[in-house]
Design a protein around this ligand. Structure first.
Ligand SMILES: [Mg+2]
Length: 365
């Protein structure tokens, strides 16, 4: 089996409402669908969500990276040779979403060729995962309404709260969420580098008082001594996310004391490098959680496959609800969250079918 063709297709799908966080705001899914076709007719898919304010990638840069840099090394390659392909792609630095989508599409192909779902190939730790919902910035009332909708309609009982604004505003939202949701619900926080070290240290203590279990990216990790002061002073673990986006970067962050737990995302490190990061962390006794790059339905299916594939990830809630922000998507069968859980697909590969009419409607090339 050889790769015959690779396409990068830009999409534009409106959101039901904007999603805000300390480092940016999104109003529509301008994702890139990566489609790899083999000479025996298999088609693998991956989804690249651009986050220019976090990683510098745009839809246009993802398309250029896939078409101009990756296609020449991928066409003619064996999709099973993921290590060789990874080495070739890594001759280009950064471009994580573009590389992640290619890797997801390769695993989709490998699964289809083997007749096995991706989560089974990864290790089949679980058949489903507990869903965590990411609550975007808003007024306390808006944030509570978002959480209540997810709890009442989908049974979700784990929430990541976006913070990183003026401390009083954030703590009012956290207080309101805890009061509404009660003590049985898991809450953790993500500041997306919005605070300085002194603010983050005060915040970590107050979050601990509200029973918030972890604090992600409290300040810029490049503020080296500030980050280490937070890690030392915080009563709750500091999670590396956008500062820990490569295997080596995770190792350096943990050894330097810049983070104590790690968020992995298929949108950033695909399955191949995500599994390596999880293995590194497992050996060190460091918690890993599956994060969300405001993935669409395809990225959500891939995130569930990753979470169900690896034991260390299946133990924690997986951030898989944010595709519900989108008014629609290109998958023929949307994911279904029931009783707060999402099940891995049982079909070979990712088990997804792209709806041709929806693709024609939402593609913008
Ligand atoms: Mg984050």
């Amino acid at each position: 089996m050889k790769i015959d063709r690779i396409e990068a297709i830009p999409l534009a799908i409106p959101y039901r409402r904007p999603f805000g966080f300390a480092s940016g705001r999104v109003t529509a899914a301008d994702h890139v669908l990566v489609r790899i076709t083999t000479d025996d007719g298999l088609v693998g898919h991956g989804e690249a969500p651009p986050r220019p304010y976090t990683y510098g990638e745009t839809a246009a840069s993802i398309i250029a990276a896939v078409s101009d840099l990756f296609a020449p090394v991928l066409v003619g390659a064996d999709p099973f040779a993921r290590e060789r392909i990874r080495a070739d792609l890594d001759r280009t630095v950064a471009n994580n979403a573009a590389k992640g989508a290619v890797d997801v599409a390769l695993w989709d192909l490998v699964g289809q060729a083997c007749g096995q779902p991706v989560h089974v190939l990864l290790g089949h730790a679980a058949d489903d995962v507990r869903a965590a919902h990411m609550i975007g910035l808003g007024t306390p009332k808006e944030m509570v309404a978002d959480a209540v909708e997810m709890r009442d309609e989908h049974g979700v009982d784990a929430f990541k709260i976006k913070v990183g604004r003026e401390l009083g505003v954030d703590m009012a939202a956290v207080r309101a969420l805890r009061a509404e949701l009660g003590d049985g619900v898991e809450l953790y926080a993500d500041a997306n580098r919005g605070w300085d070290a002194d603010t983050a240290i005060v915040a970590s203590r107050r979050l601990h008082e509200f029973g918030v279990s972890m604090l992600e990216e409290p300040n810029p990790a490049a503020d080296v001594l500030g980050r280490r002061r937070i890690v030392t002073a915080s009563p709750i673990p500091v999670v590396g996310d956008e500062s820990t986006i490569t295997l080596g970067g995770v190792a350096r962050s943990l050894l330097d004391g810049d983070s104590e737990a790690i968020s992995v995302k298929v949108a950033r490190t695909g399955f191949t490098d995500s599994a390596k990061i999880v293995g590194l962390c497992e050996g060190l006794g460091v918690t890993t959680v599956v994060g969300n790059q405001i993935d669409g339905m395809l990225g959500t299916v891939a995130s569930v496959a990753l979470g169900c594939g690896l034991r260390a990830l299946a133990r924690h809630p997986v951030e898989v609800t944010n595709y519900l922000l989108m008014t629609d998507d290109v998958l023929a069968e949307p994911p279904v969250i029931a009783d707060g859980r999402l099940a891995a697909r049982q079909e070979p590969g990712l088990g997804v079918t792209i709806d041709p009419d929806k693709l024609a409607h939402y593609r913008v090339d």
